[in-house]
Design a protein. Sequence first.
Lengths: 310, 437
Amino acid sequence: MSTLNGVSYGLLLFMLSAGLTLIFSMMGVLNFAHASFYMLGAYFAYQVSSWTNFWVAFVVAPLLVAVLGGLFERAVLRKTHRFGHVAELLVTFGLSFVILELVQLVWGRTAVDYRVPAALDGALFQLYNANFPTYRAFMMVVAIAMLLALFLVLRKTRIGLVIQAALTHPETTEALGHNVPRVFALVFAGGCALAALAGVIGGNAFITEPGMAQAVGAIIFVVVVVGGMGSLAGALIASLLIGLMQTFAIGLDWSFIGALKSVGVEVTPESFGYPLWKLKLSQVAPILPYLLLVVMLIVRPKGILGTRDD
Amino acid sequence: MTDSALRPLYFKPRNGVRIVVWSAFAALLLLLPLVARSSFAQTLLCATGIAAIACMSYNMLLGQAGMLSFGHAVYTGLATFVAVHAMNRVGAGWWLPMWAIPLVGGLAGLAFGVVIGYVTTRKAGTPFAMITLGVGELVFAGALMFPEFFGGESGVSANRTAGAGWLKDVGITFGPQLQVYYLIAIYLFLCSAAMYAFTLTPVGRIANAVRDNAERAEFVGYDTRWVRYLVVMASSFFAGIAGGLTAINVEVATADLLYSVRSGQYLLFTFLGGVGFFFGPLIGSVLLVFALVVLSELTKAWQLYVGIVFLIMVVYAPGGFAALLMLNLRRIKYGEWRKMRWPYAGMAFFGAIALWGFAAIVEMLYQAQDAAVTGSALSVAGIKLDSATVSSWVLAMAVLMVGAFGFEVWRRRFKRVWDDGEERIAEAIKKAEAAIV
């Protein structure tokens, strides 16, 4: 059960980090506002589905966010390109502030009532006396479909090949007559759309509120670094790893005391470092991804499948 | 041509300007409390002084070594916690004068810099930024797990008047805010002098080289990672001093000192102040305190305004306010400033109109959200509006459009005059150089 929950959470993380990785590997831009686009996706989906229904929102919300992302790239991000990557990162950092404030301005500071559609509500099957929600399965299907589509687009279509070429040799690709800046804008819009799609299906599975971007923002950066900067496959592995790790850890109350007891060492409140030893695994679950990041940087700085070591 | 052989011939006492500037800085710090007598003003001054040290230490990373950190609050915050615990030990009888607490904070910051920097400096550029963000989250989430040290939700408090020492005998107890201000001012002056000196050391210079072109610096034979590590350590020491002063100033340490939002604020305002000049972060710290204390009282949407200003600055003036100031000083020097008076006035006039329209819309949106509680009437800069009436919305939008249109017209004029002036200045500089040769 935890495995399935972990996988579905991991796949959601992957949908988020895929767009981020794509944008990063292509343009060298770390889109700090990526999680904000995820939040926008959820809010747009809430708004559109309140006017029509979930399925319209499922299509329309990512498209809207893609248009916004593309416009932002054209109007703002491109202008800072000449100032280098730090300036680009700063621009998206500023954007994340503005999006957060605009969301609060339009939808208020409290959570909105964005719900799972009735058709997908309820349990799909039972396993060890626990219900597995249909919606979780739906999330997994969408994420896997997106993964396949992304793979096919990048590998089999003409635009995908141009993207791959522009990824490694932008000047040559430009010399061959392709409009690389437009490809950049497309990639940025596409990455934002992926984030928004994750928002559409993640917003109602979890909660749609102004804090949601902050909640996943740091984790997806961890995914990208642990997976290896710019590696899609690495991002997939890292997302699943983190998804599984977090869902399992929440359910376990192991601690160092237990581990030490099994090897015959008794720890009492008087022993040195007791606050550390008494921590349960479920308590440290929120920091596990970051610990993984630190360990990874010490053991293998380039990430799981990373090729660059800068 | 060796530099050392020529130097005696070209000797000029450049330090003259420096002495004047630093003396003026010291005098300013000394005299400010005479102007700002109210306790609110003194609180603002204290907060600004601490923020100035923190922002300058942040600029060692960003401006000097090109390292964009999202986790600076880790150093200031952890140092505050250590300092608060040290203050409590002083109260329990340790021999340590209260004025040395910021140094304890500094050493704590340094120690954390040694540990955390070891991990974060393994990467440069964008990955460095992401890692600092991750480490920042790690420390913040970790702080909530150790209530024994971090005091949980309510934090740890201390008393700055504790302890003994000869200062006590002459009446300096750090009880009154004014005494705390002067302690902060002394630390601010010493720290800025030390940080300025750091920019002149070989390490500081190599940090610039690593910022500008890490590859070349590596080829020349410098270990860029080691340089980054050294800069992080130095920066975290000064950040720790700022943290220690915070402990004395507010006498309490809570976990939100470590929060990533605070790190973001250091980044944001250091950048707004200007990373290219040593005094840029000083401007940034004034803006920081202004935004956090004054602006946030005026409007709920203050982060929106700050965010938009930040976006505009990154795109159009990446040097921050310090660079804008220096560019205008250059204009004055070359006698080009007079022509820009009208474009500036026009832009300011229409900019203010557009700002009013925009602010009116934003404030009315917020007012409409809370209309059930606080009513729909509000006033923006003295003009009464009502978020429930159509006329208010039409008025705000019309004003915004008129302002934006006028601003754009004057902006184009400004750009013409500005570019024209730039050309002439470039020519003048070329001529001056030719005259020397």
